[in-house]
Design a protein around this ligand. Structure first.
Ligand SMILES: [Zn+2]
Ligand SMILES: [Zn+2]
Length: 162
């Protein structure tokens, strides 16, 4: 899974529409940058800089702290954008802001001469609905119905926003 960074940090977002073959649950979700508004952008920037300071202060452990402090050239990207997640315990399906750190692929040993960022770390987050389970970024082929919890949802639509 990679985040496409377009010019000036602008991103492509996803649009998903799911339907449950069992109970009829149907819902559309949008994540990422397709619905970029100034508020969304400002909030992302604010959260990203808070996330960076928390990492540098050691909130997420020594390894990440060392990685952040060693990043003198600013090659790390602190991603707090919205993505679709599902709880591993209550199966709540929602769009949340993630906490991921990417290293610019161009600076890696296996250079990718495009604008992709390689995933370096993701902070695990608890589900705000049940606060027991952890939320995992959705693999769109295997989304469990949040209503009846015993069927995989059919993806009716998957689009891109930019
Ligand atoms: Zn939950
Ligand atoms: Zn269902």
């Amino acid at each position: 899974m990679s985040t496409r960074i377009l010019r000036g940090g602008e991103k492509v977002g996803n649009l998903y529409r799911f339907k449950c073959p069992n109970c009829g649950f149907e819902k559309e979700y949008r994540d990422g940058g397709g619905f970029f508004t100034k508020e969304y952008y400002d909030e992302s920037k604010k959260l990203s800089s808070e996330f960076k300071s928390n990492i540098e202060n050691g909130k997420y452990g020594l390894i990440l702290k060392a990685m952040a402090l060693a990043d003198e050239k600013g090659e790390l990207y602190y991603d707090c954008d919205t993505h679709l997640y599902q709880c591993t315990s209550c199966y709540a399906l929602n769009v949340y802001r993630g906490k991921r750190v990417y290293r610019n692929g161009i600076c890696n040993l296996t250079p990718k001469f495009d604008s992709n960022y390689e995933l370096s770390a993701e902070i695990e987050q608890y589900c705000p609905v049940c606060s027991k389970g952890k939320i995992k970024r959705v693999d769109t082929q295997r989304v469990i119905c949040p209503e009846c919890k015993n069927e995989l949802l059919n993806m009716l639509l998957h689009g891109k926003w930019d």
